[in-house]
Design a protein around this ligand. Structure first.
Ligand SMILES: Nc1ncnc2c1ncn2[C@@H]1O[C@H](COP(=O)(O)OP(=O)(O)O)[C@@H](O)[C@H]1O
Ligand SMILES: [Mg+2]
Length: 260
C-alpha cells in the first residue's frame, strides 16, 4: 500500500504518518516512510532517536550526489543537466533503518524550484517516482499541503491520498484545495482523517464541511500525544487509543480500496 498524507500545517500529518507506518511495520510488512515536508520531523514521530535523526542529511542537500547524478554545476539554474538521473540506489544507501522500517528525508526544493527544472527538483521528483512505481514495500509519504514533489508521472503509484483535518474551517478549506490538486494530478482515491477530536460537535463540523470527500475515521485529541512530541517520542509508543484508531483507519482504507 502506498499512501500519501497531506493537510494544513499542524493538523497532525506527521502524527498520523508516523503512527500508520509503525502500525504497518508491526504487522511484519516492510515500510519505507518518506519525509517530504520541508519542516522535516517524521523521524522522531517514528521513534528513531533524536541523535540519529539529527545526523540525517536530506537528499536535497546532498550537493555532490545531485551534481554527480544530474551532471549539473553548483547553483546552475537553467543550465543543462540530465533529466533522468540514476536514483534507484538512494533509498537503500541513505535511509535510516530499524527492523522493517526505513526513513528517507527528502528536504526542500529551493525557492521557486517546485515547478522549475532545478537539479534538486529533478532528483526529488525522480526519486519519488522511482519509489512509488518500483519499490515493493509499503510507502508512507508525509507531505506538506502543496504537492510540489509529485509530478503526473509519479501519481500512478499512489494507492490513496489522505488529507488530515482538524475541526476548524481553515484545515477543511485546505483539504478541499488539496483534493482539487490531487484530482488534477490524476489521483482519485482521496480521503480525509479528522484529527484532534474533543467532542461530538467536532465530528459534526468536519462531516458538514467535507464537500463530498470520504472520511476514513477520527483521532481523539489527547494530551499524551502533545507530550510525546515534546519529548521527541513516537506517539505509537505512548498512546494506545491513537494506535487503535489508526488501525481502524487503515482497515477502513483497505476496505475502501477493495470496493473501488
Ligand atoms: N490527536 C492529537 N491530540 C493532541 N495533539 C495532537 C494530536 N495530533 C497532533 N497533535 C499535536 O499537534 C502538533 C502538530 O502535529 P503534527 O503531526 O506535527 O502536525 P503536521 O505534521 O500536520 O504539521 C504536535 O505537537 C502534535 O503532537
Ligand atoms: Mg509534519
Amino acid at each position: 500500500m502506498k499512501i500519501a498524507i497531506s493537510g494544513k500545517g499542524g493538523v497532525g500529518k506527521t502524527t498520523l504518518a508516523g503512527t500508520l507506518a509503525r502500525v504497518i511495520a508491526a504487522t511484519e510488512h516492510k515500510v519505507l516512510a518518506i519525509d517530504a515536508d520541508p519542516d522535516a520531523n517524521l523521524g522522531s514521530a517514528l521513534g528513531f532517536h533524536l541523535d540519529e535523526v539529527e545526523k540525517v542529511t536530506p537528499i536535497a542537500e546532498m550537493t555532490d550526489l545531485i551534481q554527480e547524478r544530474t551532471g549539473s554545476q553548483k547553483g546552475s539554474y537553467g543550465g543543462t543537466f540530465k533529466l533522468n538521473p540514476k536514483v534507484d540506489d538512494i533509498p537503500e544507501r541513505f535511509s535510516l533503518t530499524r527492523e522493517n522500517l526505513k526513513l528517507l528525508v527528502l528536504g526542500t526544493i529551493p525557492e521557486g524550484g517546485g515547478g522549475c527544472y532545478c537539479p534538486e527538483g529533478v532528483i526529488l521528483k525522480f526519486l519519488l517516482r522511482h519509489i512509488l512505481l518500483q519499490r515493493d514495500e509499503s510507502i508512507i509519504l508525509d507531505m506538506e499541503a502543496g504537492l510540489e514533489h509529485l509530478g503526473r508521472g509519479s501519481t500512478k503509484g499512489i494507492d490513496a491520498f489522505i488529507v488530515v483535518v482538524e475541526p476548524g474551517s481553515r484545515s477543511l478549506k485546505t483539504a478541499r484545495q488539496i483534493k482539487k490538486l490531487a484530482t488534477d494530478l490524476g489521483i482519485n482515491q482521496v480521503y480525509v482523517v479528522g484529527n484532534k477530536i474533543s467532542e461530538a460537535s467536532d465530528i459534526e463540523f468536519i462531516n458538514d464541511n467535507l464537500d463530498g470527500i470520504k472520511i476514513l475515521g477520527f483521532l481523539d485529541y489527547d494530551q499524551e500525544i502533545v507530550t510525546a512530541d515534546r519529548h521527541d517520542q513516537a506517539p505509537f509508543e505512548v498512546n494506545q487509543k491513537l494506535v487503535e484508531n489508526v488501525k481502524t483507519i487503515y482497515e477502513n482504507l483497505k476496505k475502501e480500496l477493495v470496493t473501488n
